[in-house]
Design a protein around this ligand. Structure first.
Ligand code: 5RP
Length: 226
C-alpha cells in the first residue's frame, strides 16, 4: 500500500456517524474520499462539503451526500492534504490550486486533520512554491507588486493557458526560499488589491497523519492550535 493511501485511510477512522465532513483535494485526499464512500456504503449517515469540483465529482460518484458550504451549519471534521508542513504545524497548500476553498473549509471546521506521506514534513516551510489565488481583473498590477517585493511570481499555466481555479481565478506561485517570514508575507501579500488568498495555513490543524514508505503511520496531535 502506498504512503498516501495509508494516511488517507487512517484519517478516515476519525469520522463518526452523523458528521459533516470537509473533503480535501489531491492525491492523498483521493484515498480518504474512497474510504468515506465505503463508510457511506456501509450505512454511516454522513454529509460532505468538498474543497474542489474534482473532489465533489469524486464524492458524487461514490454516492456521498454532498452539499454547498452555505447549506451546512458547520463542518465537524475537515481532512485534507498539504504540500509542505513544519513541526509547528505551519503548512503550504494549494499545489492543486484549491487553496481558497481549502482554507475556508478548514476555517469553518471544528476539527482539521492534514494527511500526507513523510516527504511533506520539512524543518522549515518555504522551498515549495507558495501559491496565491488572484482575481483575473488587473492581474498585471498584482504581478508587478509581487515582483517589486522580490517574491518572484510565476503565473500558473496549464496547457499553455492560464490555470483557472474553481472560482474562475488565477494562481501565482511565489518562488521563495525557506525559512519564510510568514507574518510579513501574509500582511504584505494580502494587502495587494486583487489577491484573494495565500496558501499559507498557519497552525490550522488539530493533528497530522503521516503515512510512511515502510507502511507505518505516525499521528501527531497539535496541542497548540490557536
Ligand atoms: C490542493 C492541495 C493539496 O492538498 C496538496 O497539493 C497536496 O496534494 P497531494 O495529496 O496530491 O500531495 O493543497 O490545492
Amino acid at each position: 500500500m502506498n504512503s498516501k493511501k495509508i494516511a488517507g485511510e487512517k484519517a478516515a477512522e476519525y469520522i463518526k456517524d452523523g458528521m459533516v465532513i470537509g473533503l480535501g483535494t489531491g492525491s492523498t485526499s483521493y484515498y480518504m474520499i474512497e474510504k468515506v464512500g465505503a463508510l457511506v456504503k456501509a450505512g454511516m449517515k454522513l454529509k460532505a462539503v468538498a474543497t474542489s469540483k474534482e473532489s465533489e465529482e469524486h464524492a458524487l460518484r461514490l454516492h456521498i451526500p454532498t452539499f454547498d458550504i452555505n447549506e451546512v451549519p458547520t463542518i465537524d471534521l475537515a481532512i485534507d492534504g498539504v504540500d509542505e508542513i513544519d513541526n509547528q504545524f505551519n503548512a503550504i497548500k494549494g499545489g492543486g490550486g484549491a487553496l481558497f476553498r481549502e482554507k475556508i473549509v478548514a476555517s469553518h471546521a471544528k476539527e482539521v486533520i492534514w494527511i500526507m506521506d513523510d516527504g511533506k514534513l520539512v524543518k522549515e516551510i518555504g522551498n515549495f512554491p507558495l501559491p496565491i489565488e488572484i482575481l483575473p481583473y488587473g492581474y498585471r498590477y498584482v504581478l508587478e507588486q509581487l515582483e517589486k517585493a522580490s517574491y518572484l511570481p510565476r503565473i500558473r499555466k496549464k496547457d499553455k493557458e492560464f490555470f483557472l481555479t474553481d472560482n474562475g481565478n488565477y494562481i501565482v506561485d511565489l518562488q521563495l526560499k525557506a525559512p519564510l517570514n510568514t507574518k510579513d508575507i501574509m500582511e504584505h501579500v494580502m494587502n495587494i488589491t486583487g489577491v484573494l488568498e495565500v496558501g499559507l495555513f498557519l497552525n490550522m490543524c488539530d493533528r497530522i497523519v503521516v503515512g510512511r514508505k515502510d507502511h507505518s503511520i505516525k499521528v501527531i496531535e497539535n496541542k497548540y492550535k490557536r
